[in-house]
Design a protein around this ligand. Structure first.
Ligand code: AMP
Length: 346
């Protein structure tokens, strides 16, 4: 994948003396600016995939919507880390929730929805409000409808069907946090501290570290993230998003089998950042030290906000622009880390 995550992974790999080969169908991909080797081809072009696999030592992915068949094809040719199993679980909300539940990791109440009638029945079980989501290809709030009244259910179903759907209970969370954890080839794990995340229009706006949670909640979140990585026999960096309820109870909202937007703060204030950590893990190197050296707030620059970078570079500010050719509303264009920024008062 050639998005901003691939770009930042390629930069981290270059610092370690490695050469990346980025494979992406979109010739305008941000990662192409910073990689010595590239292939522009479709994800189902087996000839191009085979040539690509032949050229590299290890393969990873930077977004979870790489087709599973592509991942499985490549995994037969070269080590694929994380593996195709993690990708299969993470790219389907229902598979993900089932996997987490089987591993006794708490999630919001959920049910598979196949028909308008099953939606009406499950709304009775799960209660209102509830969130109807497509099981696949949803991100940044796309493919979701909140149902607040029973009468609105049929319309929500009609808007999202015939795609496979999952209904979730609406969680009245106090805050959202995430943990980025790494697992090495030998099964060792290293987690970054939890970040406290604020979304705007369903898109991550800020990640603040330290998060305003107790040490016990932080330790439990890190433990859950490491358990998920181990249960998936995962190699690489994994993002785990949580809802924090009143009293500190945690529910896992979503997992991402890749470096994560809510881990961008690590590049400014950690001994090893998430990008280097992922490269180390997938190459079989020892994991790096995730220790945080300063407080930090990461702010995403969305759409035209990217133009404001020069005006917003106060003390402690570290900008990162993704070099995207075109700014569109809702598109992540870059971010700024503010080092030493104090956690905003509640
Ligand atoms: P998702 O794409 O599932 O991560 O959802 C994007 C955002 O929508 C989350 O980060 C939450 O802020 C909100 N959200 C999603 N699902 C729920 C839920 N079941 N209850 C409350 N808020 C939710």
């Amino acid at each position: 994948g050639g998005g901003q995550l691939g770009r930042m992974l390629a930069l981290a790999a270059a610092r370690l003396g490695m050469k990346t080969h980025i494979y992406c169908p979109d010739p305008q991909s941000p990662a192409f600016d910073v990689t010595p080797l590239k292939t522009v081809a479709a994800y189902d072009d087996e000839g191009a995939l085979a040539l690509f696999a032949n050229d590299v030592d290890v393969i990873t992915y930077e977004f979870e919507n790489v087709p599973l068949a592509t991942a499985e094809f490549l995994a037969r040719l070269k080590p694929l880390r994380p593996g195709a199993t993690a990708l299969g679980v993470a790219q389907d909300r229902l598979a993900e929730k089932a996997f987490l539940t089987i591993n006794r990791i708490p999630v919001a109440p959920f049910a598979m929805i196949g028909t308008s009638e099953s939606l009406a029945a499950e709304l009775k079980e799960i209660g209102l409000p509830a969130v109807l989501k497509t099981t696949r290809l949803g991100y940044d709030g796309k493919g979701q409808r909140i149902i607040r009244k029973r009468a609105a259910a049929a319309a929500a179903f009609a808007e999202l069907a015939p795609k496979p759907l999952v209904l979730e209970g609406f969680i009245p969370f106090e805050k959202e946090i995430s943990v980025v954890v790494a697992r090495g080839v030998g099964g060792d794990t290293a987690a970054f501290e939890p970040a406290e995340n604020v979304h705007r229009d369903h898109i991550l706006k800020t990640s603040t570290v330290p998060a305003r949670i107790t040490g016990r909640t932080a330790a439990r979140a890190i433990d859950i993230a490491a358990r998920i990585a181990t249960a998936l026999d995962y190699v690489g960096v994994l993002g785990v998003e949580f809802f924090v309820l009143k009293g500190g109870k945690l529910l896992v909202n979503e997992i991402a089998p890749r470096v994560h937007n809510s881990g961008h703060w690590t590049e400014a204030v950690c001994v090893t950042d998430q990008f280097e950590q992922h490269i180390r893990a997938v190459c079989g190197w020892p994991l790096g030290d995730p220790t945080r050296l300063a407080d930090v707030v990461m702010e995403n620059l969305i759409g035209d906000e990217i133009g404001a970078i020069p005006a917003r570079l106060g003390p402690g500010a570290r900008p990162q622009a993704y070099g995207k050719a075109e700014s569109r509303a809702g598109r992540k264009m870059g971010h700024i880390n503010r080092i030493g920024a104090k956690t905003p008062a509640k």
